[in-house]
Write a protein that binds this ligand. Sequence first.
Ligand code: SF4
Length: 216
Amino acid sequence: MGERGNALRAAARRRGVTVVGQETGIIAGVIVALVLCAIVAAGVLAVARERGTRVHEQGWRPGPLRNASIEYAEKTFFTARPVRLVARVDRAYRTQDAVLVLTELKRRRQPRVYLSDVVELSAQKVAIERSMKRRVADAGYVVVERPGTDQRTPIGVKLLSEGQVTALARRYFDLIVGMAAPRKADVLGLCNSCPYAERCKPRVLQRSRPDEPFSR
Ligand code: SF4
């Protein structure tokens, strides 16, 4: 750094002392400052992202869940009684009176609930109550998220009782092992898009498609 720096270095060399260059010190200082800036920026971004996620997460919540905290997220529960059940919980919220409220996120174009959603949430309730000895509310929410958007619509549903879940599970096992014969759903919405409709010939399609070959 100029004549003064060179003179100092020469004097130091004469005395057998090694001097670290002033330029090197400045460069090191700049690097340290840059690293510190990067660390601070990363911290600020992380806080902003976390705050944004929290706002998004809470924005759709219905009244009973506004002040609830997340107790379980994407967690699997198992119980062997009254029937063997494995259920994966999307979210379980703990309300202020220590009751768990279940929610299940679904991506759909329309804010709709199907019976299968209710069965899914009901099985989760039985699995948590049996395995964790926790109290789960009789009602839960199906949260429908419109694809490609952040728009979420929570739809409250009443859950099935443990007896109803057990009966469904037993019938399912009986069907799987051939101990029971399946009944036709005969539901227009299901049968219309069912690949087995030709073989099954449900009444509901025979009425709505009188000219189709299987109705004859
Ligand atoms: S067409 Fe038959 S198998 Fe398919 S959903 Fe309807 S009743 Fe069930």
